[in-house]
Design a protein around this ligand. Sequence first.
Ligand SMILES: [Mg+2]
Length: 291
Amino acid sequence: MAYEENFQQTSEPKYKCLLFDIDDTLYPFSSGLATLVKNNIQEYMTQKLGIEEDKSPRTAVGYDFDYDDFHRFVHGRLPYTTLKPDPILRNIILGLPLRKVVFTNADKAHAAKIISRLGLEGCYERIISFETLNPNTNTESLVAATETRSFTANPDSSIQLPKTPVICKPSEGAFEHVFKMTNINPHKTLFFDDSIRNIQTGKRVGLHTVWVGTSHRDEGVDIALEHIHNIREALPELWEAVDDKAEEILDPGKKSPLKPLLKPNSFKAHIITKDMILMTSEKLMNTIIRV
Ligand SMILES: [Mg+2]
């Protein structure tokens, strides 16, 4: 019995799902997009709603505004073209045989645009956006969503979560809702986000947490990554699982001469080989040009 329990524990994978935020997580804060979004929201509130800059965002509740106009103003003017395709991230995500889900507070159109600009289409089984969790969007919920964004982005400010019932990170209810909708087991899921508030709530609801964009540790942070590309170095066990799976497929008897070629880190070897091919092609092109 004890043997069986032990066997089950060791054969069960530690992670089955990767849950990603989008903004400042899949691309770095240095892109400047998040700052522009924040400025545009502030500008919208002062210009269109007549709210003074130094007032708490909660004072926006009760104002009437049009969602399309808000979206055009806040996101329509963003320089999305500054974001470039990220084949390294695409390779990392597609190379891992785990479920991958996006969970963002941003609206659907913004999420789709970012995913497209980064060249990450087809990498995720589902994208949970603001509209997914708040299908009956009305003015009040949109204002509350705006306030929630300010709250999330300002961990040290005195901003409070809005009382209007929108379902957004970092509320625990939003996470629970996502787990139910997607059938995610938080104890088997790695959660990537740049907001410490989201990370700490994620930890409370049982997720394994990866704080992206910093090397600092804080309460509720399991792993800190300066850049999303560092997943490979920070979580080598994810690739070990890939190697083991490849071994099982190619070497069911575990005695095949293929084995030494696959270990260690066959995925890394694959990447290096691709890079080497690219370098070789570049050298060849240079030679041709010089000739
Ligand atoms: Mg974010």
